[in-house]
Design a protein around this ligand. Structure first.
Ligand SMILES: C[S@@+](CC[C@H](N)C(=O)[O-])C[C@H]1O[C@@H](n2cnc3c(N)ncnc32)[C@H](O)[C@@H]1O
Length: 199
């Protein structure tokens, strides 16, 4: 099956993804998300990272979440999953090619779901959030990080017009998926933010 245009671009960048200034930016964001995730959910057992890329965030979580039994990374780009598998080095880490909109996971599996700078690329953000809710256990936490700001309103034109790039839009989609929004957090610069939600 042909890859979505955004995903194809990530597939091509997978080998060098963690390098350069952009790689450092993504690592900085992931470090903040790891702190936030483990503050919200200090002893997670099963962790899912949606749009995990090369698995940097999951590796940080694996090093700190000693009680975790399984940490699963899902990404739509096969080359990202290849790099993630090569980087893994922890038997609790597992990876699978898949999309947020149709997660290859059973219901109520995870007590912590994270996603960093992937949400904006999901074809159907509402469907992806419904899938998050489906795979979360009751009381589980979601930490969703991306660009969310009213400064981005001018970018909501053409094919991007329906994207949830503001706090208001994203809050509505998360609530419609059946999750309770807890708090918004500033992560980096003025636009990179994260929302915590629970089931
Ligand atoms: C900017 S990268 C972020 C990777 C990693 N989370 C990080 O913070 O470095 C976005 C990732 O989302 C993935 N992606 C895009 N659309 C997706 C979808 N619908 N479902 C799952 N992954 C998706 C891309 O393939 C890419 O690896």
């Amino acid at each position: 099956m042909a890859l979505h245009r955004d995903v194809e671009a990530f597939d091509e960048r997978a080998a060098g993804y963690e390098g350069g200034w952009l790689g450092k930016l993504h690592r900085d964001i992931a470090d903040r998300v790891a702190d936030l995730a483990l503050t919200s959910s200090p002893t997670p057992q099963r962790i899912l990272d949606i749009g995990c890329g090369t698995d940097y965030l999951l590796r940080q979580l694996a090093a700190r979440a000693h009680d975790a039994i399984e940490l699963l990374g899902i990404d739509a780009a096969p080359a990202m999953i290849d790099v993630a598998r090569a980087n893994a080095g922890d038997p609790r880490l597992a990876f699978s090619v898949g999309v947020a909109e149709q997660l290859p996971c059973a219901d109520a599996m995870f007590d912590l779901v994270v996603s960093t700078t992937s949400f904006d690329h999901w074809r159907d953000q509402q469907a992806g959030l419904r899938e998050c809710a489906r795979v979360m256990t009751p009381g589980a936490y979601l930490v969703l990080a991306d660009q969310f700001s009213t400064w981005l309103l001018p970018t909501l034109v053409g094919k991007r017009r329906d994207k949830a790039r503001t706090e208001g839009r994203a809050t509505r989609l998360i609530a419609a998926a059946g999750l309770n929004v807890l708090q918004w957090h500033d992560l980096k610069a003025v636009t990179i933010r994260a929302v915590t939600a629970t089931k």
